[in-house]
Design a protein around this ligand. Structure first.
Ligand SMILES: [Cu+2]
Length: 259
């Protein structure tokens, strides 16, 4: 009903602010090959590999995911994933669990990895606007995304500056580091469990060939000043899952206990 429209409104506004804050990209400065060494967050036991080549503005991505949460609401678990950027260019750790509830929430992770810059969907739109499109999300616990697309200037800038971070969302209730994460309401949408909106896998985009990524651009005033806006956008990734559940989520205390 009106719920989805309301959920979409905030991240759209936030994205506009970031677009204005970003500096123009120098096209081919991000050229090269990149990999991501994923870290498992908040009890995640799944894994992923990521390889990417960039030639001018053309990105060829190969993302292989396995072992994440498989089902959500008795349907394939929609795992959205994005290239985040423009913040510290690091992944959060349990030290970022500010409220001490046992997991790193989307809100708690945003200061580390920033907002959505590219949506790594299975097809179609790769812009931040598609970050909320569940139809483009990875489906189930294991899937692959292999595609070539034109990467936007903001993401190329982030890669060049070393602040680009790939984040795959959606904790598995069966392995989450905190049972409370699936008994407590999400920081984004009270009708959802906290774990369903939280980052599961995270890794910094790292050059795998010499000379691909000039250094020195990460500590600009622009990047720092946009941190708050980035946080708002990062919340958007979690809101996708809120839309998926449609307000009918049922707390799966038993599923978590029986892991
Ligand atoms: Cu994300």
């Amino acid at each position: 009903m009106n719920k989805n429209l309301r959920l979409l409104a905030v991240p759209t506004l936030a994205l506009g602010m970031v677009a204005m804050a970003g500096a123009p990209a120098m096209a081919d400065h991000a050229n090269g090959s990149y990999t991501v060494d994923f870290q498992q967050l908040s009890g995640t036991t799944g894994t992923a590999t990521f390889a990417m080549d960039i030639d001018d503005k053309t990105a060829t991505v190969n993302l292989q995911v396995s072992g994440l949460g498989e089902t959500f609401m008795d349907a394939p678990y929609p795992h959205v994933q994005h290239v985040h950027g423009g913040a510290q260019g690091v992944c959060p750790t349990m030290a970022d669990d500010a409220d001490g509830d046992g997991i790193v929430s989307t809100t708690e992770g945003a200061a580390s990895y920033g907002g959505i810059q590219t949506t790594l969907g299975t097809s179609g739109d790769t812009s931040p606007a598609a970050g909320l499109n569940l139809e483009l999300a990875g489906q189930g616990g294991s899937y692959s995304i292999e595609r070539t697309f034109e990467m936007n200037a903001e993401t190329l800038d982030a890669i060049e500056a070393g602040t680009a971070v790939v984040v795959i969302h959606g904790l598995d209730p069966a392995t989450s580091s905190s049972e409370e994460a699936f008994n407590a309401p999400s920081d984004l949408e009270p009708s959802l469990p906290l774990g369903a909106t939280s980052p599961a896998l995270c890794g910094v985009v790292t050059a795998s060939q010499m000379g691909a990524m000039p250094e020195g651009g990460a500590d600009t005033g622009v990047a720092q000043s946009t941190t708050n806006n980035m946080g708002m956008i990062a919340l958007g990734g979690g809101l996708v899952l809120a839309a998926a559940a449609g307000g009918t989520f049922m707390v799966r205390r038993n599923a978590a206990n029986n892991a």
